[in-house]
Structure formats: structure tokens, C-alpha cells
Write a protein that binds this ligand. Structure first.
Ligand code: THU
Length: 130
């Protein structure tokens, strides 16, 4: 998909967000290195910590379908400034693709791109557990 298509899809995913508590809809589109695409939106819960961010929903869908190699993720929020992923999502994504490109988009459609390694330097990885 082109970056414009990914951005458009991310916006569509915002409409699926279940966010009755925060009223902060987030859409995410994850593109794997084989070109396949997985979408996500935030899913909140009345027991607040049980909710999930859009990024983790998209990553969980990909992994559960057998895709663990990611190229880029587009994330959109209705903010004036560019909104970057939370710490838990950064850690969740780096498990699979530490060099993932993270493209964040605001309400105006402006984007800023990062490498996950710059958003999460000195990440905890599985080598510590071996
Ligand atoms: N949220 C995301 O889905 N992704 C982010 O990058 C930031 C936060 C969600 C979690 C919660 O449903 C709402 O936004 C407010 O924090």
C-alpha cells in the first residue's frame, strides 16, 4: 500500500475505536515486510487497565495470524500536535521489530516519522532472560 492509502485506512480505523471513557479515538495500520496489512483501534474497558491501545491491537492481530516482521506503522489521533505511542506499546512493538518505522499523524494529516529505536532506546529485550 502507498503511504496515502495507509493514512486513509488509519483514519477509517479511528471510526471503529471503542473509547467511551477517554473520547480519544486512535487508529493504527501496521504494514508487514511481506506487504500484508493489519489494522487496529483503541478498545477501552470499564475496568480501565483492561483496555488496549490501537497499536497493540494491530500488532496482536498480525502476530496471531503468523506475521511477526513489521515494516511500518501509521498511527493517527485527533490532536493538534503529533501524538506518539505510549511506553507499553513501544515495548510491545520492539519485541518483533526494533527497527520499525513509526509514522504518527495528527488531526490535520501532518505526519512525523520515527524509528522505534529512537523512541525506545535501551529497550528491554529477550536477551536479558537467556
Ligand atoms: N491510545 C492509543 O490507542 N494509542 C496511543 O498511542 C496513545 C493512547 C489510547 C488508549 C486510550 O484508549 C486512549 O488512547 C487515551 O489514552
Amino acid at each position: 500500500m502507498t503511504i496515502e492509502e495507509l493514512k486513509q485506512l488509519a483514519r477509517q480505523m479511528q471510526e471503529r475505536a471503542y473509547c467511551p471513557y477517554s473520547h480519544f479515538p486512535v487508529g493504527a495500520v501496521l504494514e508487514c515486510t511481506d506487504g500484508s496489512v493489519y489494522t487496529g483501534c483503541n478498545i477501552e474497558n470499564s475496568s480501565y487497565p483492561a483496555g488496549s491501545c490501537a497499536e497493540r491491537v494491530a500488532v496482536s492481530k498480525a502476530v496471531s495470524e503468523g506475521n511477526t516482521s513489521f515494516r511500518r506503522i501509521v498511527i493517527v489521533a485527533n490532536t493538534d500536535d503529533i501524538c506518539v505511542p505510549c511506553g507499553m506499546c513501544r515495548q510491545f512493538m520492539q519485541e518483533f521489530s526494533p527497527n520499525l518505522e513509526v509514522i504518527c499523524m495528527n488531526a490535520k494529516g501532518e505526519t512525523k516519522a520515527y524509528f522505534l529505536s529512537e523512541l525506545l532506546p535501551y529497550q528491554f529485550d529477550g536477551s536479558c532472560l537467556r
